[in-house]
Design a protein around this ligand. Structure first.
Ligand code: AMP
Ligand code: MN
Ligand code: MN
Ligand code: MN
Length: 293
């Protein structure tokens, strides 16, 4: 049986994967193992885009060099826009750029504070030392809600991550902590200061009305946004079409992005994303052009 029924529908797979996670945030594989697995999956251009951290980039770069794969240094930044949390991916960034480094310090401090607050709520559900458990699972990487999902699963409170989010960790649920992340303007500023391309992550995952979506895409473009993820790990053909139409309408290029995390989010297969439809400007080609220049 196919791992993912969508495989049966779209045959053309991309050799590009511009959104993946390692142990520097909530991925299962360390950066070198991630790169090795990507190479085995036939990926030729891979971006490491951990949540609010570039800690894995150097190791990934070295591993990629040894395997003849092109590693794009990246980041997935948490953003608050009109009281919603959005994710913006920065690609081809200089991870040492001062403005970006300062921005990441801020985001990481916010993650720390939020993790303490989430832990207090998880402890009220009957889990002792929830912070210590999440911190141990993160093993030096950024602490995310995915880690708290695992804490809840290990404590026998939830059966899987999907239920942990639905019942406890999603917005408005008992262990949710609202955070005011940096706005779109600052976020794009950090990506641009680091020489990167800014891509709106998983655009179909936001619950957002038509008017607000239009405002988001035009603001994103006006602030220097470069693209949106047209082909995601979870996209079906209809979603790809919708995102491709939005990309054309708002003058944005398209990215191909599994959002691979490991077995924890098994529907996102590394390197298993559909190729970009014809007629859409390609973020991967823009990255290629910069590297060849
Ligand atoms: P955070 O950035 O700490 O709020 O964590 C967000 C991460 O949680 C996302 O990047 C996903 O990896 C994970 N996540 C969010 N919603 C779900 C869900 N419904 N099921 C499983 N994982 C999820
Ligand atoms: Mn994640
Ligand atoms: Mn995301
Ligand atoms: Mn992601």
């Amino acid at each position: 049986m196919a791992e993912n029924p969508r495989e049966l529908r779209s045959a053309a797979r991309s050799a590009v994967d511009l959104h993946t996670h390692s142990t520097a945030s909530d991925g299962e594989l360390d950066p070198a193992a991630l790169v090795a697995q990507a190479a085995l999956a036939g990926v030729r251009m891979l971006a490491l885009t951990d949540h609010d951290s570039v800690a894995g980039v150097d190791t990934a770069q070295q591993a990629a060099h040894a395997l003849g794969l092109r590693l794009i240094p990246g980041i997935e930044l948490s953003v608050t826009w009109e009281r919603r949390t959005l994710h913006v991916v920065g690609l081809g960034i200089d991870p040492t750029a001062a403005a970006l480094v300062e921005g990441l310090k801020l985001l990481q401090a916010q993650r720390q504070i939020r993790a303490r607050a989430i832990a207090a709520k998880v402890e009220r559900l009957g889990v002792a030392d929830a912070y210590g458990r999440a911190e141990a699972l993160a093993a030096g990487g950024q602490i995310t809600r995915s880690h708290f999902a695992r804490v809840l699963i290990d404590a026998g409170i939830c059966r899987d991550a999907k239920r942990a989010f639905r019942r406890y960790l999603a917005a408005g649920k008992p262990a949710y902590v609202a955070t005011e992340w940096p706005d779109l303007d600052r976020t794009l500023g950090w990506i641009k200061a680091a020489g990167g391309l800014a891509v709106l992550a998983h655009p179909r995952r936001y619950t957002i009305g038509t008017a607000a979506r239009g405002r988001l895409l035009s603001q994103f473009r006006a602030l220097g946004g470069d693209g949106i993820e047209v082909c995601c790990g979870t996209s079906d053909a209809a979603e790809i079409q919708t995102s491709a139409r939005e990309a054309r309408e708002y003058g944005l290029a398209g990215s191909v992005a599994s959002d691979f995390h490991g077995r924890w989010q098994s529907w996102n297969r590394l390197g298993g994303v559909a190729a970009l439809p014809e007629g859409i400007a390609s973020i991967a080609e823009r990255l290629d052009a910069r590297l060849d220049a």
